[in-house]
Design a protein around this ligand. Structure first.
Ligand SMILES: NC(=O)C1=CN([C@@H]2O[C@H](COP(=O)(O)OP(=O)(O)OC[C@H]3O[C@@H](n4cnc5c(N)ncnc54)[C@H](OP(=O)(O)O)[C@@H]3O)[C@@H](O)[C@H]2O)C=CC1
Ligand SMILES: O=C(O)C1=N[C@H](C(=O)O)C[C@H](O)C1
Length: 268
């Protein structure tokens, strides 16, 4: 039986890529997609938007209709929209895959609450490579003491609206967890002017924006006399879309709950 997948933000960069990947994945169909009311892309064919030819499925603006007619919805949009969609998922019992970044801790907690009424996968990066990197960063951080200053550096395209990236924060959390500290207590995200010497134990973040960079991340462990640099570069969005579709298929028949990509990839 085919998994009926809906796409929120189907005309966005990730939305179009998802249509393309679902379109060529066995046992999956694109069964609907939404954009905001007033969007110039309403009523366009999702396949035409993705450049794969007509699928006979039009862009709508009614999320309730989408959630009522799909087995699973994939959402790469903005935090406020994602939270509304999580409520709809809980009401309708439709599963949900969320890739949206820029959420506060409180917003993530709300998303997690919806996971008691349906099954949700939330991951700030859906690529296999980044999820492996998170495990490696945690291990390295656990092996080194605070003589090794940890810095997370990321670069993305000029259109990205949140900073630091969700992946950078997740990598920071992995490093903090390896070190046995709370990231919120040691994160240093803004440096400007005469700010004094680096505080021992801090985890620093640096954000670069420009051009069409899909997503570069590195975690640097810098000590006196040496440094370790662990990194990942995404060269296209397909890696994220493939991960999201894998998550959508993995959710089939799963009990209600709040899962992440490491559950999907069997990395736990
Ligand atoms: N987890 C992961 O692996 C990845 C996560 N991301 C994250 O995904 C998100 C989207 O990224 P990207 O595709 O580049 O962004 P885009 O801006 O290209 O796409 C987002 C789309 O969602 C639409 N949208 C906003 N609100 C709603 C709503 N209420 N209902 C339906 N559609 C809505 C936007 O419309 P409009 O333009 O009209 O506002 C836009 O078309 C970001 O948070 C990004 O960081 C991205 C790549 C990978
Ligand atoms: O906005 C993007 O493009 C991306 N966002 C995610 C993030 O914030 O980490 C994942 C990926 O790096 C691309």
């Amino acid at each position: 039986m085919s998994n009926k997948i809906g796409i929120v933000g189907c005309a966005g960069r990730m939305g179009r890529m998802l249509t393309e990947v679902i379109g060529r994945t066995e046992n999956c169909t694109v069964s609907g997609g939404t954009e905001l009311p007033g969007s110039p892309d309403l009523n366009k064919d999702l396949g035409e938007l993705a450049g794969i030819g007509s699928l006979g499925v039009k862009v709508g603006d009614n999320p309730k209709t989408l959630f009522s007619s799909c087995d699973v919805v994939i959402d790469f949009s903005v935090p406020t929209a994602t939270l509304n969609h999580a409520k709809l998922a809980a009401e309708t019992g439709c599963s949900l895959v969320v890739g949206t970044t820029g959420m506060t801790n409180e917003q993530v907690a709300e998303l997690e609450t919806a996971g008691s009424k349906t099954s949700i996968v939330f991951a700030r990066n859906m690529s296999l490579g980044v999820n492996l990197l998170m495990s490696i960063v945690e291990q390295v951080a656990a092996s080194l003491d605070e003589d090794y200053d940890i810095e997370v550096v990321e670069m993305h395209h000029r259109y990205k609206i949140d900073s630091p990236s969700g992946t950078a924060l997740a990598l920071g959390e992995a490093a903090a967890s390896g070190r046995g500290v709370d990231l919120d207590k040691v994160a240093d995200k803004v440096r400007d002017g005469i700010i004094g010497a680096r505080k021992r134990g801090d985890i620093g973040f640096a954000t670069l924006r420009g051009g069409d960079v899909v997503g570069d991340h590195s975690v640097i462990f810098a000590a006196d006399g040496e440094r370790i640099e662990l990194g990942h570069k995404a060269t296209n969005r397909e890696v994220f879309a493939r991960g999201a579709v894998k998550a959508a298929n993995w959710l089939e028949g799963k009990p209600n709950g709040f899962y992440d990509m490491r559950d999907v990839l069997g990395l736990k």
